[in-house]
Ligand binder design. Structure first.
Ligand code: GSH
Length: 206
């Protein structure tokens, strides 16, 4: 299997963390952002969105990070990250869809406005976009904070894809100024997640 991924990406991190944690044999290739490699016909043939991550397994091409997480984790049956029990899979998927649909709409604007826009586009943050992000974040962060009450990981004592999926949203929390200090269960869980070698070793690098 081959994964196209870039080091600065939290969407790629949720996949590379799974690969590292399960010790999967996946070749990781970094397309060049400078040469526009993701916009070439060859790459668009793999992923018409011109984005990373993209997985290639023989003649199977897969994009969307959460789908890739599930697919690569399925390559090693019996692992705890992605158990085979349908209810556990549905529970994990629930948190993956939730972070994609809701939580990331709150965390994403902080990363984009306060980091990426400044570093890569040399533009100032848009206060209106940040206010909208803060509103979303404070709508959904309490749900995650409540879920983590009394738990080591999102679904209990065992680390699952849900932790890597939701965790990726917080990859830029500190440097982007995400207003998360009052969510004590999230902060404590984040500390535990960072003790997982596959998580700390895949932190985005700009
Ligand atoms: N929903 C997609 C999002 C992928 C995405 O936005 N990737 C970014 C990196 S974090 C990217 O490739 N950006 C390059 C671009 O938009 O030109 C996923 O989860 O895989």
């Amino acid at each position: 299997m081959k994964l196209y991924a870039i080091q600065a990406s939290n969407n790629c991190r949720r996949v590379t963390a799974v690969i590292a944690h399960l010790g999967l044999d996946v070749e990781i290739v970094e397309p060049s952002l400078h040469t526009g490699e993701m916009k070439t016909p060859d790459y668009l043939g793999l992923n018409p969105n011109a984005k990373v991550p993209t997985l290639v397994d023989g003649d199977f091409k897969l994009w969307e990070s959460r789908a890739i997480m599930q697919y690569v984790a399925s390559q090693k049956p019996g692992n705890e990250l992605w158990p085979t029990d349908p209810r556990k899979q549905a529970d994990i998927s629930r948190w993956q869809f939730w972070e994609a649909s809701h939580l990331s709409k709150g965390t994403g604007p902080f990363a984009f406005e306060n980091l990426f826009k400044k570093i890569f586009m040399k533009q100032d943050a848009d206060p209106v976009a940040l206010a909208a992000g803060a509103k979303e974040f404070h709508t959904y962060a309490p749900i995650l904070n409540a879920q983590l009450e009394g738990k080591k990981y999102l679904l209990g004592d065992t680390l699952t894809l849900a932790d890597f999926s939701v965790g990726a949203c917080f990859s830029f929390a500190e440097p982007s100024g995400l207003p998360w200090n009052d969510y004590t269960n999230i902060k404590a869980w984040w500390g535990r997640l960072n003790e997982v070698p596959a998580w700390s070793s895949t932190a985005p690098r700009m």
